[in-house]
Ligand binder design. Structure first.
Ligand code: UDP
Ligand code: MG
Length: 139
C-alpha cells in the first residue's frame, strides 16, 4: 500500500469545495487515513514548497497558499501517488480536462484547487511535514 499527501488549497476552501473534493477522493477508491484543517504561515509555506524557491512564481505561490485555510490529508491505495495525480489533473487548470478536480474546480496555473505529491520521496517528506508518526499509527 502506498501513501501520498493531498492538500485542498485556499481557493477551494474559500469556495466551500472540501466536501465535493473529498467525495471524489473516496469514490475513486483512495482511503483518507488522516485529515486536518489549518492555515499555513509564510515560513511554513516556503518550507513546504522549498524545491520551488528559485522559481519566478515562488512569492506569489507562498502568498496564495497562506491566504486562507487548507485541508491536508494522507491518502492510501495501491499506486496512491499516481492515482491522486490523475484525479487532480494537470497543474494548469485552464488546460486540465473536465472531470478532473483541477479542470472542474481550478482557475488557472496557480489557483488549481489541490496538491498531490509527485514521487515516493516527496510523499514521505510531505506526509511528515503535516502529520506526526503518532497521527499515522494504527490507521
Ligand atoms: N505554480 C504556479 N505557476 C507555475 C507553476 C506552478 O503558480 O508556473 C503553482 C501551482 O499552484 C502548482 C504549484 O505551484 O500547483 C507547484 O508547482 P508544481 O510544478 O509542483 O505543480 P503540481 O505538482 O502542483 O502539479
Ligand atoms: Mg509538484
Amino acid at each position: 500500500m502506498e501513501r501520498t499527501l493531498a492538500l485542498i488549497k485556499p481557493d477551494a476552501t474559500a469556495k466551500h469545495l472540501e466536501g465535493a473534493i473529498i467525495s471524489r477522493i473516496q469514490e475513486s477508491g483512495l482511503r483518507v487515513v488522516a485529515m486536518k484543517r489549518l492555515r499555513l504561515s509564510a515560513e511554513q509555506a516556503k518550507a513546504f514548497y522549498h524545491v520551488h524557491a528559485e522559481r519566478p512564481f515562488f512569492g506569489d505561490l507562498v502568498a496564495f497558499m497562506t491566504e486562507g485555510p487548507i485541508v491536508a490529508m494522507v491518502l492510501e491505495a495501491e499506486g496512491a501517488i499516481a492515482k491522486w495525480r490523475d484525479l487532480m489533473g494537470p497543474t494548469d487548470a485552464t488546460k486540465a480536462p473536465k472531470g478532473t478536480i483541477r479542470g472542474d474546480f481550478g482557475t488557472n496555473i496557480e489557483r488549481n484547487a489541490c496538491h498531490g505529491s509527485d514521487a515516493p520521496e516527496t510523499a514521505a517528506f510531505e506526509v511528515g511535514f503535516f502529520f506526526s508518526g503518532l497521527e499515522l499509527s494504527g490507521l
